[in-house]
Write a protein that binds this ligand. Structure first.
Ligand code: FMN
Length: 299
């Protein structure tokens, strides 16, 4: 048995909906037999991501969408990760017939609705129940997450982000890359970045960015629900797993009516990853920061 043309269209569509760094979609999808293979495609290595961390996280988000699409078609989905010394790949193989769970269906339906929301949220705080749902969606054998909770944690996080933003702002090569990013997403990011505040602004710092001070960022972190997603190791396959966790959390949030955006740039600095984990007292290696909230007018 092989994928039908309709199955193939669903799988291609699901993968194309996945979030990726600068919307670069750094993967290649091949469909054969009952398998769908997603290979990292590093043709255009981003200067700010020399180790390819963001590209592998992006492959992870696409792998989650691929898995959900196979489940949505009513097949069991066997997911395998392959990470050697070169590029990483992941495969989803369809097994026996098996109806998707109601959660899988909700997440699959949320794929076309999910998008990055970088502006302010409605001030209504997230209820504890939803915080649990979103955090639990990140759980895997080597992944997990924790909310940035107390005032002290918000301030420590803000200081780390401020430090990273100043390092990136002083990096002329990085700023040139952001400025030269001529895709529609790059245009959009440049257009909105002047109006961004708090975490979103710090996550996209370039030479001309007007950085908010640490106290203002800390206040924004306290107002918004900020989740740190991390992994138990820092191998290439861990980056893919982080991406899988990001997309599960994002789809869980979207299906509950929440909006979100992600930031990884500050966590590219090893010193920031180590210091943040230490200050938050978490054994996880920080990979991604996500902010969640209600879109204005939705509550
Ligand atoms: C690994 C990764 C890193 C990202 N980093 C940022 C970031 O630092 N700031 C930001 O605003 N968006 C970031 N994004 C979001 C992408 O820009 C976004 O997913 C992409 O442009 C597609 O848009 P969409 O999410 O609305 O579908 C990141 C996404 C991924 C997967």
């Amino acid at each position: 048995m092989a994928w039908s043309p309709d199955d193939m269209a669903d799988l291609v569509e699901a993968v194309s909906r996945a979030p990726s760094v600068h919307n670069s979609r750094p993967w290649e999808l091949t469909l054969h037999g009952r398998a769908a293979v997603l290979r990292e495609n590093r043709v255009e290595l981003l200067r700010h991501d020399p180790g390819g961390r963001d590209q592998r996280i992006s492959c992870g988000t696409a792998l989650t969408n691929l898995e959900l699409a196979v489940r949505g078609l009513g097949w069991r989905a066997q997911v395998d990760l392959h990470a050697g010394s070169g590029e990483v790949s992941g495969s989803v193989t369809a097994g026996a017939r098996a109806e998707p769970s109601s959660r899988e269906l909700r997440w699959a339906r949320a794929m076309p609705q999910r998008h990055s929301y970088r502006q302010r949220f409605d001030p209504t705080p997230l209820p504890e129940r939803l915080r649990r749902v979103v955090r639990d969606a990140t759980r895997g054998a080597r992944t997990g997450a924790r909310w940035i909770g107390s005032d002290a944690e918000a301030l420590s996080t803000a200081r780390m982000l401020g430090y990273a933003a100043r390092v990136f702002r002083a990096n002329a090569d990085y700023s040139r890359e952001l400025a030269g990013w001529r895709s529609p997403v790059g245009e959009e990011l440049r257009r909105v970045s002047g109006g961004l505040h708090g975490l979103s602004a710090v996550g996209l710092a370039a030479a001309d960015s007007d950085l908010p001070d640490d106290d203002a960022v800390a206040e924004r972190i306290r107002e918004e629900a900020v989740l740190l997603i991390g992994t138990r190791g820092d191998r290439p396959d861990d980056h893919v797993r982080a991406g899988q966790a990001v997309e599960r959390a994002w789809l869980a949030a979207t299906s509950a009516g929440l909006a979100a955006s992600v930031t990884t740039q500050p966590l590219h600095l090893g010193v920031v990853r180590v210091a943040l984990a230490k200050r938050l007292g978490t054994p996880l290696i920080p990979q991604v920061l996500m902010r969640f909230g209600y879109p204005p007018g939705s509550v």
